[in-house]
Ligand binder design. Structure first.
Ligand code: SF4
Length: 365
């Protein structure tokens, strides 16, 4: 019920015409201080209280004057997002379903890996790209997340589990992050700032299905994040069958963008390859994949498909996944064969929100 109390609290504060500072960046808070007739550096202090120290009550911000604290409380508030449902898997994976202020649902997944945790966060409500194997794609697209809703997923986890809530962050939940570019950039600035969530950009990975203009933009930006590209097929014809946007951004453009990012950043790219039984798992597929990435500083993550209700795609056996990985080696570099996590809690992207949305539609008055 806590999420409902917070939601009502936020609605009440909005009705009082106060503004939620959740998602405000450092430059925005510095500007806000100037607008309030204060010194710019006070924006840095406020930024640190909100994101680093996670103090949302202005009264407790002891290095700000009483007058400023009162002024802030009269006009602003800082309320995060809350989980409406949490599902825990037998393998330790946890999935968080967040209900946003307009009643939309998004998800984050916390995945334990060798004593550390990786969090997979969402960037959009639904997704416009409609990849045919994806539960989020099936839901359609509603809207982009705000910067605050992106950062809010992480703040919630920090509040629940403390500083060690997660080590790595991947933008691999609901939505295509590069289609919500400005909020992606602003959220990464908050997350990676030492005064903010203080997570090194090296620990942050942006995962895309291949929006090539934004891959170039990200390569040219100041953000030192990692890039993962969802390939899932090594020839255009097969790729277009499962990723409709591949009709616009073909493999030639995508590989050029990948090489550009790797060169600009002097970083390895990660290529994600989901194995679908009898679709992209043959020896020929492995050979084409090895040829496609030849010469690109990269690693390949192979993942068995996590089956989704009402979709025809099937999961290969672990042995078949291992065999595909072995057939790539040693032609393609650093292949990691990963097992799907959280199958018992519908941990594939969009599954939990999709189920909740369907339940609500089925039970609508
Ligand atoms: S796989 Fe990613 S890009 Fe494709 S529909 Fe799902 S969320 Fe969107």
């Amino acid at each position: 019920m806590k999420y409902l109390v917070n939601l009502l609290f936020e609605i009440k504060l909005r009705a009082m015409e106060k503004t939620n500072l959740l998602g405000a960046t450092l430059p925005e808070l510095e500007d806000l201080m100037l607008e309030l007739g204060e010194k710019e550096y006070k924006g840095r202090q406020l930024f640190k209280w909100l994101y680093n120290l996670q103090v949302s009550d202005f009264e407790q911000m002891t290095d700000l004057s009483q007058k400023l604290r009162k002024k802030l409380a009269e006009r602003y508030f800082f309320v995060g997002i809350d989980a409406a449902e949490i599902a825990s898997s037998a393998d330790g994976t946890e999935k968080f379903l967040f209900r946003l202020v307009d009643n939309k649902l998004i998800e984050s997944v916390l995945i334990p890996e060798g004593g550390k945790r990786t969090v997979c966060i969402s960037s959009q409500v639904g997704c416009p790209l409609k990849c045919v194997f994806c539960a989020t794609g099936l839901m359609g697209y509603d809207r982009d997340l705000t910067t605050g809703e992106i950062v809010g997923q992480l703040l919630f986890l920090r509040q629940r589990y403390g500083e060690d809530a997660f080590r790595n962050i991947v933008f691999m939940g609901m939505g295509e992050p590069l289609l919500n570019y400005s909020n992606l950039v602003k959220s990464i600035e908050i997350i990676s700032s030492e005064l903010g969530l203080s997570v090194s950009a090296k620990k942050i990975t942006v995962s895309t299905v291949g929006i090539t203009p934004q891959i170039h933009a990200l390569a040219d930006s100041d953000l030192k994040v990692n890039l993962a590209i969802s390939l899932h097929a090594a020839d255009d014809e097969k790729r277009r069958k499962i990723i409709p946007v591949a009709r616009k951004y073909d493999l030639k453009k995508l590989m050029e963008a990948a090489v550009y990012f790797a060169r600009q950043r002097k970083k390895r790219i990660t290529f994600e390859y989901i194995l679908f039984k009898d679709f992209n798992d043959s020896r020929r597929d492995a050979e084409m994949l090895a040829k496609l990435v030849e010469g690109i500083p990269c690693k390949i993550n192979i993942l068995a498909y996590n089956p989704i209700d009402n979709l025809p795609y099937r999961r290969p056996t672990d042995e078949e996944v291992d065999e595909f990985g072995r057939s790539l080696y040693p032609i393609a570099p650093a292949v990691t064969v990963r097992k799907s996590r959280g199958i018992d809690i519908s941990a594939a992207c969009g599954q939990l929100a999709g189920k909740a949305q369907k339940f609500e539609e089925d039970n609508a008055l």
